[in-house]
Write a protein of this length. Structure first.
Length: 405
């Protein structure tokens, strides 16, 4: 049995990551695979099909995990750390005394429980004393029904997660209603209604992104940009000297960095650092998703023997959410960036190989395994290989997040 996994962020009211829902490629419900208890964690979390542990997948954040009914009732893997996981009860689980008893037992073991895709049927009320979190799909329930039920949950000291929150208006609406956490891609959408001008303090970062995307690196130009901004120069050298990036040599200048790292790697690091500081007022998950996409698309391009200078696979993933970072339309941003046409086309949604790699990365973010399989076949890369690449991208993004943090 193959047991692959992806993740989807759950953010708090300040748009910081509270945890990740894990999306297992095992059945329609993205559940923890339905196997015997003595095999569960060893097969899923330590097999050669999934080489990452929960901490590596989630970067140390809380894991939200769905279980099949019989696993939940009879074969719950108690080796999971109760401090780091939330156990989700799927909405299709038939209500029974056995299910209620299992909830009591798992709660007594110290685990937190969540009702997934809650439909507000009163039959679930008996579970409220044992439930810590209720997740509500705002696409499946109307606003008035949700609003009417919030006081009951608050009275029972239950935390609320709004699922499938896709824009900032919905986020504000449900935050005002009293929801504690939010799952969906609202944070990755630009608030273009603001039509903000790019502040002068960030124009240097935009220039650096452009320079790192060119075929030939213009060191005089890059030095000129960095010298204008002492803080930027400090951040670049601090980043390059971070032990996660460079464990051996003390690097004291941009020229030294080129000699040590090589032009392609330096271009990637300059683009990464610029992007990280461009989004300093935005949810950190925006950068995290950009980093995963960047490494995934880079590794996939290499798999297809398309690695080149500049590293377009890396850049298309890294820049794929720059519209949300700047609250501007992507078309307006790329118009003013000196990047290649194929990179511009992909970022604006026009079909080419770069967009194809980006689309595959997005299937992992949503756990859309059928589409992953279809796209894997289209580019003639084994789905198993894609999962391995995605795992590498997660580990790398966690390390880079620490380095730029």
């Amino acid at each position: 049995m193959f047991a692959y996994v992806a993740r989807q962020a759950i953010l708090d009211r300040e748009k910081n990551v509270f945890g990740y829902e894990l999306l297992f490629r095992d059945g329609k419900q993205n559940c923890f695979p339905n196997i015997a208890p003595d095999e569960a964690t060893s097969k899923i979390l330590a097999s050669n099909h999934l080489t990452l542990g929960l901490d590596e997948i989630t970067g140390g954040k809380t894991s939200f995990i769905n279980f099949y009914e019989d696993t939940f009732l009879y074969r719950f893997p108690t080796s999971l750390d109760p401090m780091s996981v939330v156990i989700e009860i799927i909405e299709t689980a038939p209500i029974s005394n056995a299910l209620l008893s299992a909830c009591k037992h798992i709660k007594q073991l110290g685990y937190r429980l969540a009702l997934d895709d809650h439909d507000f049927d009163p039959k679930w009320d008996v579970f409220l004393p044992f439930v810590d979190i209720i997740k509500v799909d705002i696409r499946e329930s109307d606003y008035e029904t949700i609003k009417a039920n919030v006081p009951k949950f608050k009275q029972n000291k239950v935390k609320l997660v709004a699922e499938k929150v896709e824009n900032h208006k919905e986020y504000k609406m449900y935050a005002d209603l009293g929801f504690d956490y939010f799952q969906g891609y609202f944070y990755a959408k630009p608030e273009v209604i603001k039509q903000k001008n790019i502040p002068s303090s960030k124009l240097s970062l935009i220039e650096l992104i452009g320079e790192s995307s060119k075929m030939s690196m213009d060191f005089e130009r890059i030095n000129e940009i960095i010298e204008r901004d002492v803080a930027l120069s400090y951040m670049l050298l601090r980043f390059i000297n971070n032990p996660l990036v460079n464990k051996r040599n003390k690097i004291s200048s941009l020229r030294h960095a080129l000699n040590y790292m090589g032009e392609v790697e330096l271009k990637k690091f300059i683009a990464l650092l610029a992007l990280a500081n461009l989004g300093d007022e935005k949810p950190m998950e925006l950068l995290q998703v950009s980093l995963v996409r960047a490494k995934f698309c880079e590794l996939l391009a290499q798999e297809k023997n398309e690695a080149e200078n500049p590293p377009k696979g890396f850049l298309v993933g890294l820049f794929s959410l720059i519209d949300a970072l700047l609250d501007r339309k992507m078309e307006n941003i790329v118009e003013n960036l000196p990047i290649s046409d194929d990179l511009k086309f992909a970022l604006c949604g026009q079909k080419n190989n770069l967009l194809f790699y980006l689309e595959i990365a997005k299937t992992f973010e949503t756990g859309n395994w059928l589409r992953t399989k279809k796209l894997a076949g289209a580019i003639k890369v084994e789905q198993k290989k894609l999962h391995g690449i995605y795992n590498q991208a997660i580990v790398w993004s966690n390390a880079m997040r620490q380095a730029v943090g």
